[in-house]
Design a binder for this molecule. Structure first.
Ligand code: HEM
Ligand SMILES: *[C@@H]1O[C@H](CO)[C@@H](O)[C@H](O)[C@H]1NC(C)=O
Ligand SMILES: *[C@@H]1O[C@H](CO)[C@@H](O)[C@H](O)[C@H]1NC(C)=O
Ligand SMILES: *[C@@H]1O[C@H](CO)[C@@H](O)[C@H](O)[C@H]1NC(C)=O
Length: 329
Protein backbone atom coordinates (compact mmCIF):
# COMPACT_ATOMS: atom_id res chain seq x y z
CA UNK A 1 0.00 0.00 0.00
CA UNK A 2 2.62 2.47 1.18
CA UNK A 3 4.94 1.68 -1.74
CA UNK A 4 2.04 2.25 -4.13
CA UNK A 5 1.59 5.65 -2.62
CA UNK A 6 5.28 6.39 -3.00
CA UNK A 7 5.27 5.22 -6.61
CA UNK A 8 2.22 7.33 -7.31
CA UNK A 9 3.86 10.30 -5.65
CA UNK A 10 7.05 9.89 -7.69
CA UNK A 11 5.10 9.65 -10.94
CA UNK A 12 3.20 12.80 -9.99
CA UNK A 13 6.42 14.59 -9.09
CA UNK A 14 8.05 13.65 -12.37
CA UNK A 15 4.98 14.68 -14.33
CA UNK A 16 4.99 18.05 -12.59
CA UNK A 17 8.69 18.49 -13.25
CA UNK A 18 8.19 17.51 -16.89
CA UNK A 19 5.35 19.96 -17.33
CA UNK A 20 7.37 22.70 -15.63
CA UNK A 21 10.35 22.13 -17.92
CA UNK A 22 8.07 21.93 -20.96
CA UNK A 23 6.39 25.22 -20.17
CA UNK A 24 9.74 26.88 -19.54
CA UNK A 25 11.26 25.62 -22.76
CA UNK A 26 8.22 26.71 -24.71
CA UNK A 27 9.21 29.60 -26.94
CA UNK A 28 6.45 31.80 -25.53
CA UNK A 29 7.26 31.32 -21.87
CA UNK A 30 5.40 34.01 -20.02
CA UNK A 31 7.08 37.29 -19.18
CA UNK A 32 5.28 39.62 -16.76
CA UNK A 33 5.38 43.40 -16.18
CA UNK A 34 5.72 43.02 -12.38
CA UNK A 35 8.56 40.47 -12.34
CA UNK A 36 10.85 42.67 -10.19
CA UNK A 37 8.18 44.43 -8.15
CA UNK A 38 8.84 42.39 -5.00
CA UNK A 39 12.48 41.35 -5.44
CA UNK A 40 13.82 44.76 -6.46
CA UNK A 41 11.26 47.56 -6.85
CA UNK A 42 14.06 50.14 -7.36
CA UNK A 43 15.32 48.44 -10.54
CA UNK A 44 13.09 50.10 -13.14
CA UNK A 45 13.25 53.63 -11.67
CA UNK A 46 17.06 53.37 -11.59
CA UNK A 47 17.26 52.32 -15.24
CA UNK A 48 14.99 55.16 -16.24
CA UNK A 49 16.91 57.73 -14.24
CA UNK A 50 20.30 56.75 -15.70
CA UNK A 51 18.92 56.66 -19.25
CA UNK A 52 17.24 60.00 -18.72
CA UNK A 53 20.38 61.69 -17.36
CA UNK A 54 22.44 60.40 -20.26
CA UNK A 55 19.92 61.39 -22.93
CA UNK A 56 19.81 64.93 -21.56
CA UNK A 57 23.22 65.64 -23.02
CA UNK A 58 23.47 62.82 -25.55
CA UNK A 59 20.10 62.10 -27.19
CA UNK A 60 21.65 59.68 -29.66
CA UNK A 61 22.28 57.27 -26.80
CA UNK A 62 18.53 56.56 -27.00
CA UNK A 63 19.03 55.32 -30.56
CA UNK A 64 21.95 53.15 -29.46
CA UNK A 65 19.87 51.55 -26.71
CA UNK A 66 16.82 50.93 -28.89
CA UNK A 67 18.95 49.26 -31.54
CA UNK A 68 20.76 47.13 -28.95
CA UNK A 69 17.46 45.60 -27.86
CA UNK A 70 16.45 44.94 -31.49
CA UNK A 71 19.75 43.28 -32.37
CA UNK A 72 19.63 41.27 -29.15
CA UNK A 73 16.14 39.94 -29.86
CA UNK A 74 16.77 39.01 -33.51
CA UNK A 75 19.67 36.71 -32.64
CA UNK A 76 18.63 33.66 -30.58
CA UNK A 77 15.88 35.70 -28.89
CA UNK A 78 16.06 38.49 -26.30
CA UNK A 79 18.73 36.93 -24.11
CA UNK A 80 21.44 39.57 -23.72
CA UNK A 81 23.61 37.59 -26.13
CA UNK A 82 24.70 40.69 -28.05
CA UNK A 83 26.49 41.95 -24.95
CA UNK A 84 28.89 39.00 -24.66
CA UNK A 85 32.53 39.64 -25.49
CA UNK A 86 34.48 37.01 -27.41
CA UNK A 87 35.93 34.14 -25.36
CA UNK A 88 38.18 31.18 -26.19
CA UNK A 89 34.94 29.14 -26.52
CA UNK A 90 33.07 31.39 -28.92
CA UNK A 91 33.31 34.44 -31.17
CA UNK A 92 30.40 36.65 -30.14
CA UNK A 93 27.92 38.81 -32.01
CA UNK A 94 29.77 42.10 -31.57
CA UNK A 95 32.07 41.44 -34.52
CA UNK A 96 29.28 40.36 -36.90
CA UNK A 97 28.94 42.63 -39.92
CA UNK A 98 25.63 44.18 -38.77
CA UNK A 99 27.12 45.09 -35.39
CA UNK A 100 30.82 45.84 -35.73
CA UNK A 101 31.70 49.58 -35.86
CA UNK A 102 27.97 50.18 -35.78
CA UNK A 103 26.18 49.11 -32.61
CA UNK A 104 27.02 51.28 -29.63
CA UNK A 105 25.93 51.88 -26.05
CA UNK A 106 27.57 48.83 -24.46
CA UNK A 107 29.30 50.93 -21.81
CA UNK A 108 26.12 52.58 -20.61
CA UNK A 109 24.54 49.13 -20.23
CA UNK A 110 27.42 48.17 -17.94
CA UNK A 111 26.88 51.34 -15.90
CA UNK A 112 23.16 50.60 -15.58
CA UNK A 113 23.84 46.99 -14.62
CA UNK A 114 26.28 48.01 -11.87
CA UNK A 115 23.83 50.53 -10.42
CA UNK A 116 20.91 48.12 -10.52
CA UNK A 117 22.89 45.25 -8.96
CA UNK A 118 24.05 47.58 -6.20
CA UNK A 119 20.51 48.66 -5.39
CA UNK A 120 19.18 45.10 -5.59
CA UNK A 121 22.08 43.82 -3.44
CA UNK A 122 23.09 41.27 -6.06
CA UNK A 123 22.49 40.14 -9.63
CA UNK A 124 18.70 40.08 -9.73
CA UNK A 125 17.89 41.85 -13.00
CA UNK A 126 19.06 40.23 -16.23
CA UNK A 127 21.02 42.08 -18.89
CA UNK A 128 18.33 41.11 -21.42
CA UNK A 129 15.66 42.83 -19.30
CA UNK A 130 17.85 45.92 -18.87
CA UNK A 131 18.02 46.23 -22.68
CA UNK A 132 14.23 45.93 -22.99
CA UNK A 133 13.56 48.55 -20.31
CA UNK A 134 16.28 50.95 -21.52
CA UNK A 135 14.86 50.77 -25.06
CA UNK A 136 11.35 51.67 -23.88
CA UNK A 137 12.62 54.47 -21.62
CA UNK A 138 14.70 55.87 -24.48
CA UNK A 139 11.84 56.19 -26.96
CA UNK A 140 9.57 57.55 -24.25
CA UNK A 141 12.08 60.24 -23.23
CA UNK A 142 12.80 61.19 -26.86
CA UNK A 143 9.20 62.07 -27.57
CA UNK A 144 7.05 58.96 -27.32
CA UNK A 145 4.20 58.84 -24.80
CA UNK A 146 5.30 59.27 -21.16
CA UNK A 147 3.02 56.50 -19.91
CA UNK A 148 3.38 54.01 -22.66
CA UNK A 149 3.58 50.27 -22.99
CA UNK A 150 4.61 48.18 -20.01
CA UNK A 151 7.77 46.20 -20.67
CA UNK A 152 7.34 42.50 -19.97
CA UNK A 153 10.10 41.08 -17.77
CA UNK A 154 11.65 37.88 -16.52
CA UNK A 155 14.14 37.18 -19.30
CA UNK A 156 17.37 35.42 -18.38
CA UNK A 157 20.77 35.78 -20.00
CA UNK A 158 22.36 33.45 -22.53
CA UNK A 159 25.52 31.52 -21.71
CA UNK A 160 26.67 31.22 -25.28
CA UNK A 161 26.28 32.76 -28.71
CA UNK A 162 27.85 32.83 -32.14
CA UNK A 163 28.84 35.50 -34.59
CA UNK A 164 27.31 33.36 -37.35
CA UNK A 165 23.83 33.62 -35.82
CA UNK A 166 24.06 37.42 -36.00
CA UNK A 167 25.25 37.28 -39.62
CA UNK A 168 22.31 35.05 -40.45
CA UNK A 169 19.43 36.83 -38.70
CA UNK A 170 20.13 40.59 -38.75
CA UNK A 171 18.42 42.24 -41.74
CA UNK A 172 20.49 44.26 -44.23
CA UNK A 173 19.65 47.76 -45.41
CA UNK A 174 20.13 46.45 -48.94
CA UNK A 175 17.17 44.03 -48.56
CA UNK A 176 14.17 44.40 -50.82
CA UNK A 177 10.59 44.24 -49.57
CA UNK A 178 10.19 40.45 -49.79
CA UNK A 179 13.50 39.85 -48.03
CA UNK A 180 12.46 42.19 -45.20
CA UNK A 181 9.09 40.47 -44.83
CA UNK A 182 10.62 37.00 -44.69
CA UNK A 183 13.37 38.13 -42.30
CA UNK A 184 10.74 39.41 -39.86
CA UNK A 185 8.53 36.38 -40.47
CA UNK A 186 11.35 34.08 -39.37
CA UNK A 187 11.17 35.91 -36.01
CA UNK A 188 7.40 35.47 -35.76
CA UNK A 189 6.81 39.10 -36.75
CA UNK A 190 4.39 40.10 -39.50
CA UNK A 191 4.22 42.88 -42.09
CA UNK A 192 2.58 45.25 -39.62
CA UNK A 193 5.40 44.67 -37.12
CA UNK A 194 7.95 45.29 -39.89
CA UNK A 195 6.43 48.61 -40.93
CA UNK A 196 5.79 49.69 -37.34
CA UNK A 197 9.18 48.75 -35.86
CA UNK A 198 11.01 50.33 -38.80
CA UNK A 199 9.64 53.59 -37.38
CA UNK A 200 12.56 53.28 -34.94
CA UNK A 201 14.49 54.93 -37.77
CA UNK A 202 12.90 58.21 -36.71
CA UNK A 203 15.94 58.57 -34.43
CA UNK A 204 19.65 57.89 -34.78
CA UNK A 205 22.37 58.13 -37.39
CA UNK A 206 23.89 56.02 -40.13
CA UNK A 207 27.23 55.85 -41.90
CA UNK A 208 27.59 56.92 -45.51
CA UNK A 209 28.64 53.37 -46.45
CA UNK A 210 25.17 52.10 -45.52
CA UNK A 211 23.24 54.39 -47.89
CA UNK A 212 25.79 55.18 -50.61
CA UNK A 213 24.35 52.74 -53.10
CA UNK A 214 20.89 54.23 -52.56
CA UNK A 215 21.80 57.87 -53.11
CA UNK A 216 23.73 57.14 -56.33
CA UNK A 217 21.78 54.24 -57.83
CA UNK A 218 18.19 54.03 -56.53
CA UNK A 219 15.30 55.39 -58.56
CA UNK A 220 12.72 55.42 -55.78
CA UNK A 221 14.35 58.48 -54.19
CA UNK A 222 13.64 62.21 -54.34
CA UNK A 223 16.42 63.53 -56.65
CA UNK A 224 17.07 66.67 -54.58
CA UNK A 225 17.27 64.59 -51.43
CA UNK A 226 19.81 62.30 -53.11
CA UNK A 227 21.93 65.25 -54.30
CA UNK A 228 21.92 66.86 -50.85
CA UNK A 229 23.11 63.61 -49.25
CA UNK A 230 25.84 63.20 -51.85
CA UNK A 231 27.55 66.35 -50.46
CA UNK A 232 28.59 64.47 -47.32
CA UNK A 233 28.82 61.01 -48.91
CA UNK A 234 31.03 61.02 -52.01
CA UNK A 235 31.16 58.10 -54.48
CA UNK A 236 34.67 57.31 -53.26
CA UNK A 237 35.61 57.61 -49.57
CA UNK A 238 33.81 59.30 -46.69
CA UNK A 239 32.37 55.96 -45.66
CA UNK A 240 32.13 56.85 -41.99
CA UNK A 241 30.48 60.23 -42.49
CA UNK A 242 27.22 60.31 -40.58
CA UNK A 243 23.72 61.29 -41.60
CA UNK A 244 20.48 61.31 -39.62
CA UNK A 245 18.02 58.50 -40.35
CA UNK A 246 15.21 61.07 -40.13
CA UNK A 247 16.59 64.33 -41.50
CA UNK A 248 13.61 66.39 -40.25
CA UNK A 249 13.62 65.63 -36.50
CA UNK A 250 16.66 63.35 -35.96
CA UNK A 251 16.47 63.33 -32.16
CA UNK A 252 12.72 63.13 -31.72
CA UNK A 253 10.70 59.95 -31.60
CA UNK A 254 7.82 60.98 -33.84
CA UNK A 255 6.15 59.92 -37.10
CA UNK A 256 8.25 62.00 -39.50
CA UNK A 257 10.07 58.84 -40.66
CA UNK A 258 6.82 57.87 -42.40
CA UNK A 259 6.30 61.34 -43.88
CA UNK A 260 9.79 61.00 -45.33
CA UNK A 261 8.91 57.68 -46.91
CA UNK A 262 5.80 59.16 -48.53
CA UNK A 263 8.01 61.86 -50.10
CA UNK A 264 10.67 59.31 -51.19
CA UNK A 265 13.14 60.54 -48.60
CA UNK A 266 13.87 57.35 -46.71
CA UNK A 267 17.60 57.04 -45.98
CA UNK A 268 18.01 53.30 -46.53
CA UNK A 269 16.97 51.27 -49.50
CA UNK A 270 15.20 48.99 -46.98
CA UNK A 271 13.26 51.96 -45.51
CA UNK A 272 11.98 53.11 -48.87
CA UNK A 273 10.98 49.53 -49.80
CA UNK A 274 8.12 49.92 -47.31
CA UNK A 275 6.44 52.54 -49.48
CA UNK A 276 5.61 52.45 -53.17
CA UNK A 277 7.35 49.12 -53.76
CA UNK A 278 4.83 48.11 -56.39
CA UNK A 279 4.22 44.77 -54.66
CA UNK A 280 2.28 45.37 -51.48
CA UNK A 281 -0.36 48.01 -50.90
CA UNK A 282 -0.94 46.99 -47.26
CA UNK A 283 2.52 48.31 -46.50
CA UNK A 284 1.73 51.57 -48.35
CA UNK A 285 -1.48 51.94 -46.39
CA UNK A 286 0.29 51.53 -43.05
CA UNK A 287 2.97 54.07 -43.97
CA UNK A 288 0.26 56.53 -45.01
CA UNK A 289 -1.71 55.86 -41.83
CA UNK A 290 1.31 56.48 -39.58
CA UNK A 291 2.44 59.54 -41.54
CA UNK A 292 -0.89 61.15 -40.74
CA UNK A 293 -1.45 59.89 -37.20
CA UNK A 294 1.37 59.84 -34.66
CA UNK A 295 -0.91 58.44 -31.94
CA UNK A 296 -1.76 55.30 -33.88
CA UNK A 297 1.92 54.90 -34.69
CA UNK A 298 2.93 55.21 -31.02
CA UNK A 299 0.25 52.77 -29.87
CA UNK A 300 1.17 50.17 -32.50
CA UNK A 301 4.88 50.68 -31.87
CA UNK A 302 4.33 49.68 -28.25
CA UNK A 303 2.42 46.57 -29.29
CA UNK A 304 5.10 45.49 -31.76
CA UNK A 305 7.91 46.21 -29.28
CA UNK A 306 6.24 43.84 -26.82
CA UNK A 307 6.00 41.23 -29.58
CA UNK A 308 9.67 41.70 -30.44
CA UNK A 309 10.56 41.54 -26.74
CA UNK A 310 8.81 38.18 -26.55
CA UNK A 311 11.09 36.52 -29.08
CA UNK A 312 12.36 33.28 -27.51
CA UNK A 313 13.23 34.56 -24.01
CA UNK A 314 15.13 32.27 -21.66
CA UNK A 315 13.07 31.86 -18.49
CA UNK A 316 12.84 29.69 -15.40
CA UNK A 317 15.78 27.31 -15.15
CA UNK A 318 17.31 28.31 -18.48
CA UNK A 319 20.19 30.73 -18.84
CA UNK A 320 21.39 32.80 -15.89
CA UNK A 321 21.38 36.28 -14.38
CA UNK A 322 24.79 37.58 -15.39
CA UNK A 323 26.83 39.59 -12.93
CA UNK A 324 28.77 41.20 -15.77
CA UNK A 325 26.82 41.72 -18.98
CA UNK A 326 29.92 41.16 -21.11
CA UNK A 327 30.72 37.70 -19.69
CA UNK A 328 28.95 34.51 -18.69
CA UNK A 329 29.09 33.89 -14.94
C1 HEM B 1 13.76 46.51 -40.96
C2 HEM B 1 15.03 46.20 -41.08
C3 HEM B 1 16.14 47.06 -40.55
C4 HEM B 1 17.31 47.31 -41.18
C5 HEM B 1 17.72 46.75 -42.54
C6 HEM B 1 18.08 48.21 -40.36
C7 HEM B 1 19.35 48.67 -40.66
C8 HEM B 1 20.00 49.66 -39.98
C9 HEM B 1 21.28 50.23 -40.36
C10 HEM B 1 22.10 49.80 -41.57
C11 HEM B 1 21.58 51.21 -39.48
C12 HEM B 1 22.81 52.14 -39.50
C13 HEM B 1 24.03 51.38 -39.11
C14 HEM B 1 25.32 52.16 -39.25
O1 HEM B 1 25.37 53.23 -39.82
O2 HEM B 1 26.31 51.64 -38.78
C15 HEM B 1 20.49 51.27 -38.54
C16 HEM B 1 20.40 52.15 -37.48
C17 HEM B 1 19.42 52.10 -36.53
N1 HEM B 1 18.43 51.16 -36.42
FE1 HEM B 1 17.87 49.86 -37.84
N2 HEM B 1 17.36 48.48 -39.22
C18 HEM B 1 16.18 47.79 -39.29
C19 HEM B 1 15.20 47.76 -38.31
C20 HEM B 1 15.31 48.37 -37.08
C21 HEM B 1 14.46 48.12 -35.96
C22 HEM B 1 13.32 47.11 -35.95
C23 HEM B 1 14.89 48.91 -34.94
C24 HEM B 1 14.38 49.04 -33.55
C25 HEM B 1 13.20 48.64 -33.13
C26 HEM B 1 16.01 49.69 -35.47
C27 HEM B 1 16.68 50.68 -34.77
C28 HEM B 1 17.71 51.43 -35.30
C29 HEM B 1 18.22 52.62 -34.67
C30 HEM B 1 17.66 53.28 -33.44
C31 HEM B 1 19.31 53.04 -35.44
C32 HEM B 1 20.24 54.23 -35.16
C33 HEM B 1 21.32 53.77 -34.24
C34 HEM B 1 22.28 54.83 -33.77
O3 HEM B 1 22.15 56.00 -34.10
O4 HEM B 1 23.19 54.45 -33.04
N3 HEM B 1 16.25 49.30 -36.74
N4 HEM B 1 19.56 50.31 -38.86
C1 LIG C 1 28.51 27.48 -27.91
O1 LIG C 1 27.78 27.07 -29.04
C2 LIG C 1 28.59 26.51 -30.05
C3 LIG C 1 27.74 26.29 -31.27
O2 LIG C 1 26.52 25.70 -30.96
C4 LIG C 1 29.22 25.22 -29.51
O3 LIG C 1 30.03 24.66 -30.49
C5 LIG C 1 30.05 25.57 -28.28
O4 LIG C 1 30.56 24.42 -27.71
C6 LIG C 1 29.23 26.33 -27.26
N1 LIG C 1 30.12 26.82 -26.23
C7 LIG C 1 29.80 26.79 -24.94
C8 LIG C 1 30.81 27.39 -24.02
O5 LIG C 1 28.80 26.28 -24.51
C1 LIG D 1 14.35 40.45 -53.74
O1 LIG D 1 15.64 39.92 -53.59
C2 LIG D 1 15.72 38.53 -53.77
C3 LIG D 1 17.15 38.09 -53.43
O2 LIG D 1 18.09 38.87 -54.08
C4 LIG D 1 15.35 38.18 -55.19
O3 LIG D 1 15.41 36.78 -55.40
C5 LIG D 1 13.94 38.69 -55.47
O4 LIG D 1 13.61 38.48 -56.82
C6 LIG D 1 13.83 40.16 -55.13
N1 LIG D 1 12.43 40.54 -55.22
C7 LIG D 1 12.01 41.55 -55.93
C8 LIG D 1 10.56 41.78 -55.99
O5 LIG D 1 12.79 42.28 -56.52
C1 LIG E 1 25.89 51.58 -58.39
O1 LIG E 1 25.59 50.34 -59.04
C2 LIG E 1 26.67 49.82 -59.80
C3 LIG E 1 26.15 48.61 -60.57
O2 LIG E 1 25.55 47.72 -59.71
C4 LIG E 1 27.82 49.48 -58.86
O3 LIG E 1 28.91 48.95 -59.57
C5 LIG E 1 28.25 50.74 -58.14
O4 LIG E 1 29.23 50.43 -57.17
C6 LIG E 1 27.06 51.40 -57.45
N1 LIG E 1 27.46 52.69 -56.93
C7 LIG E 1 27.56 52.94 -55.64
C8 LIG E 1 28.00 54.30 -55.25
O5 LIG E 1 27.29 52.13 -54.77
Amino acid sequence: MASHHIQYFIVLLMATLFITIQSHSHSHAKLTPDFYNNVCPQALPIIKSIVSQKLNFKPRMGAHLLRLHFHDCFVNGCDGSILLDDTPNFIGEKSASGNVDSVKGYMLVDIIKAAVDKACKGPVVSCADILAVAARDSVSILGGPTYWYEVLLGRRDARNTTKEAAELYLPSQLFNFSQLVSNFKSQGLNLKDLVTLSGAHTIGMARCSTFKDRIYNDTNIDPNFAISLQQNCPIKGGDDNMEALDYVTPEKFDNSYYKNLVSKKGLFHSDQELFNNGIDCESDMLVELYSGDSNVFARNFGTSMIKMGNIKPLTGIFGEIRTDCTKVN
